[in-house]
Design a protein around this ligand. Structure first.
Ligand SMILES: CC(C)(COP(=O)(O)OP(=O)(O)OC[C@H]1O[C@@H](n2cnc3c(N)ncnc32)[C@H](O)[C@@H]1OP(=O)(O)O)[C@@H](O)C(=O)NCCC(=O)NCCS
Length: 153
């Protein structure tokens, strides 16, 4: 019988030495990517920042701010060639575990109403839309609002 090897996924804290690779990925994933400063500042202030690795190679990353009992998801990204294989779900679940471990009871995030993959993922986990921030994002047609979503952890 042929053995089927599952790809090994693990999570490691993002370090400053990872930022070049993360930034290169960010620029491939988003039309309006985070800057190097966004990532260096996030690490400097101690945000919870993670790499998802598949067979030892980065396939995604995430940044989350933990404040008292609330977790604020700031960035959740899977490399284009690794998308739609369940990795976004695994990375978000990892953040839930981390946030609960730090006694967070709620997770908040902003998402573009035009972001079908993000919205699909968050709705699948039960996030509910609790508000809108007008003109929150840059877009190719002026500013775009953000939906604010929340989930009780
Ligand atoms: C959003 C993102 C993190 C999802 O990660 P992923 O690994 O591609 O998603 P998964 O394979 O884990 O899919 C989980 C669920 O997300 C939703 N989803 C993912 N891609 C989708 C798409 N292209 N269209 C609609 N729904 C999608 C589905 O509900 C999916 O569940 P299903 O496969 O049972 O239908 C990833 O697509 C990504 O990095 N996108 C670009 C960056 C981004 O928009 N990040 C979120 C910013 S708020």
């Amino acid at each position: 019988m042929a053995a089927v090897l599952a790809p090994a996924v693990d999570f490691v804290p993002m370090r400053s030495g990872d930022i070049d690779a993360v930034l290169a990925a960010e620029q491939r994933i988003y039309d309006f990517p985070w800057t190097r400063g966004n990532f260096t500042d996030s690490l400097a202030v101690g945000y919870s920042a993670w790499l998802l690795r598949e067979d030892g190679r980065m396939a995604g990353y995430a940044v989350m701010m933990l404040a008292v009992d609330e977790a604020h998801l700031l960035n959740l990204s899977i490399l284009p060639e690794a998308q739609r294989r369940g990795l976004g779900r695994l990375l978000l679940h990892h953040l839930f575990v981390v946030a609960r471990g730090k006694r967070a009871t709620r997770m908040l995030l902003e998402v573009r109403p035009s972001n079908a993959s993000g919205l699909g993922l968050y709705r699948q986990f039960g996030f509910l839309t609790i508000g809108e921030r007008r003109g929150y994002y840059q877009s190719h047609h002026g500013r775009e609002s953000a939906l604010v979503m929340a989930l009780d952890l």
